[in-house]
Design a binder for this molecule. Structure first.
Ligand code: NAD
Length: 275
């Protein structure tokens, strides 16, 4: 097993909260130097301060991953501070979105969701992969979701963004196979974070998701640990927990049955029709 995550020179996007913060702290615990990037610089600084309080080294950087130029700036800031290119990239930044059916979801919401969740990962892979490929070492972890394959109703933009992240990760893994660079894609169900609190999720969907998250959610710390361990083992897919694994198997073995069942469940979902 290659202990890629030990002492890694890492960049984590969306490191100011939730899963990204947990990745940053766990990488620091493993002796890494961590660049904590977030749209919200204050929260990235808080993560960096926590790492420093543990005796680790961290740099906070403001970066909107949906803007290509800002991801280039991030890679330059990281390279300056690390004294060389980053060896482990965690493309984690993402936003939640949902509650309305296709045809009623406003197109600006589609664009914003795809801008962060899909283009953010495209930018991260585009900017950071060439050095990794040339060096023949290191890794990329992309954060998708069980939504990548579950196709839950009223979440089309989010589902599409995460399905694309899964496909990009699979393509990247095939392209980098034999180079020494590992690719891992994380596909969790609910994780207890701040993802639900934004205006792209309508009130009813937000209440329902919050309830499910509190009832069934895993901690971000556990998700970060198992994903980094899986990355060390060279695993492409990380599908934590039984609920996600059952969805994953059902989708692969019985895709039509899975989609019909998702539709049926959607009818009984606690979101009022038309919202
Ligand atoms: P979170 O809201 O707690 O954290 C997301 C972080 O990303 C925040 O700090 C936010 O400021 C940052 N961010 C948002 N837009 C950004 C942008 N344009 N550029 C840079 N940073 C940006 O949410 P989380 O649950 O920790 O989400 C992390 C990832 O995990 C996301 O990609 C999300 O889709 C995925 N995910 C979450 C869950 C869950 O249940 N929480 C489940 C599956 C997948």
């Amino acid at each position: 097993m290659t202990r890629r995550t030990q002492g890694a020179r890492a960049v984590v996007t969306g490191a100011g909260s939730g899963i990204g913060r947990a990745f940053a702290l766990e990488l620091a615990r493993r002796g890494g130097r961590v660049v904590c990037a977030d749209l919200d610089l204050a929260t990235a600084k808080e993560t960096a301060a926590r790492i420093e309080a543990m005796g680790g080294e961290a740099l906070a950087v403001a970066c909107d991953v949906s803007v290509e130029a800002q991801v280039w700036d991030l890679s330059e800031a990281a390279e300056r501070w690390l004294g060389g290119p980053a060896g482990l990239i965690v493309n984690n930044a993402g936003i939640g979105a949902g509650g309305q059916v296709i045809g009623e979801t406003p197109l600006p919401d589609w664009r914003r969701t795809l801008g962060v969740n899909l283009w953010g990962v495209v930018h991260g892979c585009h900017v950071f992969t060439p050095w990794l490929r040339a060096a023949g070492r290191g890794g990329i972890i992309n954060v998708a979701s069980a939504a990548a394959f579950a196709a839950a109703p009223r979440m089309a933009a989010y589902n599409a963004s995460k399905a694309a992240v899964l496909a990009i990760s699979e393509t990247l893994a095939a392209e980098l196979s034999g180079t020494g660079v590992a690719v891992t894609v994380l596909c969790p169900t609910f994780v207890k974070t701040n993802i639900i609190g934004n205006e792209l999720i309508d009130a009813a969907a937000s209440r329902a998701a919050d309830k499910l998250m509190r009832l069934t959610g895993t901690t971000p710390e556990r998700i970060a640990r198992i994903t980094l361990d899986a990355h060390d083992r060279g695993r492409l897919y990380v599908v934590p927990r039984l609920d996600a694994q059952l969805l994953w198997r059902a989708k692969r073995l019985l895709p039509a049955v899975h989609t019909r069942a998702a539709g049926l469940l959607g009818r009984f979902a606690p979101f009022p029709q038309g919202q």
